[in-house]
Design a protein around this ligand. Structure first.
Ligand SMILES: [Zn+2]
Length: 116
């Protein structure tokens, strides 16, 4: 049984079960992910997959944190995870998803104000 734990913006979310991936007729342990800010270097989000006999395999994504994103004109939405692919988004706890939607809507609102 595999478990995934999300830690985002200094908040840890309740562990959730996660299935093995099935690829080329093999069961594969899903990757662990970390999101880091390319400006300040902070790792501001991670999804760790636990419960496998092997060590987690990590994938790192560069996405600006919210604090740095406020001072720069960033291509990506700072501090948001919703650019991830769908099976990652599906593995998010509901309360994390709700927070992500809030960040997206606040950003949309701000960009509407600054670009009328
Ligand atoms: Zn930063």
């Amino acid at each position: 049984m595999l478990t995934t734990i999300w830690t985002v913006r200094n908040r840890s979310y309740a562990p959730r079960p996660i299935d093995y991936d099935f690829r080329d007729r093999q069961l594969i342990v899903p990757h662990s992910y970390a999101w880091y800010c390319g400006i300040c270097g902070e790792v501001w989000a991670r999804r760790v997959v636990l419960g496998s006999k092997s060590d987690p395999e990590w994938i790192f994504w560069q996405t600006p944190c919210i604090a740095c994103g406020r001072t720069r004109n960033c291509f990506q939405l700072p501090g948001s995870l919703l650019h991830a692919h769908h099976d990652l988004i599906e593995s998010m706890p509901d309360d994390l998803l709700a927070e992500e939607v809030l960040i997206q809507s606040e950003e949309l609102y701000e960009s509407t104000l600054s670009h009328p």
